[in-house]
Design a protein around this ligand. Structure first.
Ligand SMILES: [Zn+2]
Length: 419
């Protein structure tokens, strides 16, 4: 039997709506469509909370979210009275670490969530390499590995007797352009989405080259392919709603503190607020957990009525989604176009980012193919990004990452695999 292998490509910032808009065109994205035809398109794939790059990339490779990884971008340490940033923290085991334990050879091309978590710079059998640059440079590295079994990294050549058992490729061009930075600034949402779609076309071409090379080398039929992402993207314009929100809370009789990071300076407050950019994390300065939960339920009913608020989640609801317990007592996500930014905003500027519970950030593109996986199949049930690696580890006969809480998506398997 031929050895099964995996190529996992993460296209940072690949909201499902970009694909839905483009794929309506008959000629568009022929290679992503080829992957979808060969395997499964997840129509209802969702990311975790908060939908921010490091927590979500970390979550995918560990098959669990911040209740296990500890990485939720920022949280309030009640004892220290400090907003803590989680940086690259990951307390959970990654798929890179299980592969290393099993002595399997793999390569991470800039999938940074594996760096020091299974993958190591300069170590051939579990190489971490960071070529930088755009998708063309990173795909070229993968293509050379497929065609010549070689990785060239800053002057060092790593040779492989055969294609590694797993390759992880991280590409962030959709995210960079999607954020609408000055070098490709679009003054309308339509133009911003257009910019992202043009990049996606370029990436699709590279995927085509990858498929051709895999076919030429006879690797295509035994290869598992995963194409997914960490979050989508949403734009906003005009003033931050943080001021309005503080006014509302003060009118209801609360003393409100705001802290971006570090020590909370204000003394004697009832409510603490922080924000990544769009959504607002709220903490109640109340030691009793029961009392806190009760007050938050009551507050939720009031906050949801504010005109600029779309979704409010309690700590309990967040915990059910696998979010770290100290992430927030209430998470408040605004309507599209609004934000709870902590920074002064240029009123005319079109901003775009992704820490929001809005569908444009949460609903993501995901497709998977490989031996034993159904082909030309649409999966319509709700799946989360944390389910993907556990499912693939199951298919490939690999050890599961120790802390994984993701489900095995058995409905996408052909009958013989399900058994
Ligand atoms: Zn990202």
């Amino acid at each position: 039997m031929t050895k099964k292998r995996l190529i996992y490509i993460n296209l940072d910032g690949f909201g499902k709506y970009y694909y839905d808009q483009m794929s309506a065109g008959k000629e568009a994205l022929p290679n992503i469509k080829k992957l979808v035809k060969r395997g499964v398109l997840f129509e209802q794939a969702y990311t975790g909370i908060p939908s921010i790059t490091v927590p979500m990339q970390t979550g995918i490779v560990s098959g669990c979210y911040s209740d296990r990884t500890g990485n939720c971008d920022k949280y309030w340490d009640r004892e220290a009275n400090e907003i803590i940033l989680t940086g690259r923290l990951n307390r959970a085991q990654t798929i890179g670490e299980t592969l290393a334990e099993e002595g399997r050879t793999f390569v991470s091309i800039q999938q940074f969530a594996l760096e020091g978590k299974g993958a190591v710079r300069g170590r051939r059998d579990r190489l971490y390499t960071e070529p930088g640059g755009d998708y063309r440079i990173r795909f070229s590295m993968l293509l050379k590995l497929i065609r010549e079994n070689v990785i060239e990294d800053k002057g060092t050549v790593y040779e492989y007797p055969e294609f590694p058992e797993a390759v992880f490729l991280y590409i962030d061009d959709l995210d960079s352009v999607g954020h609408n930075p000055p070098w490709c600034y679009a003054d309308s949402e339509r133009k911003r989405v257009d910019n992202v779609c043009r990049v996606l076309e370029g990436i699709d071409e590279m995927l085509g080259e990858m498929f051709n090379s895999l076919e030429e080398k006879g690797l295509f039929d035994s290869m598992y392919l995963l194409l997914t992402t960490d979050h989508g993207m949403i734009s906003y314009r005009g003033k931050s709603r943080l001021g309005d929100f503080i006014c509302a809370l003060e009118e209801w009789g609360f003393r409100v503190a705001v802290c971006k990071e570090g020590k909370v300076e204000m003394k004697d407050y009832d409510i603490l607020l922080t924000s990544h950019d769009i959504q607002c994390q709220m903490f109640l300065n109340e030691k009793s957990e029961d009392l806190r939960a009760m007050k938050m339920e009551a507050l939720k009913k009031c906050i949801i009525k504010l005109p600029y608020v779309e979704t409010v989640m309690t700590a309990k609801e967040l915990a059910d989604r696998g979010v770290y317990r100290d992430y927030a007592d209430l998470l408040i996500s605004p309507a599209e176009g609004e934000s709870f930014s902590l920074y002064p905003l240029d009123q005319e500027h079109l901003y775009a980012t992704h820490d929001s519970l809005h569908k444009k950030c949460q609903h993501i593109f995901t497709a998977m193919a490989g031996p034993g996986i159904r082909s030309d199949y649409r999966e319509n049930s709700l799946v989360y990004t944390k389910d993907l690696i556990p499912t693939l580890a199951y298919c490939l006969g690999w050890k599961q990452p120790r802390d994984a809480t993701g489900r095995w998506l058995t409905s996408i398997l052909r009958e013989e695999m399900e058994r």
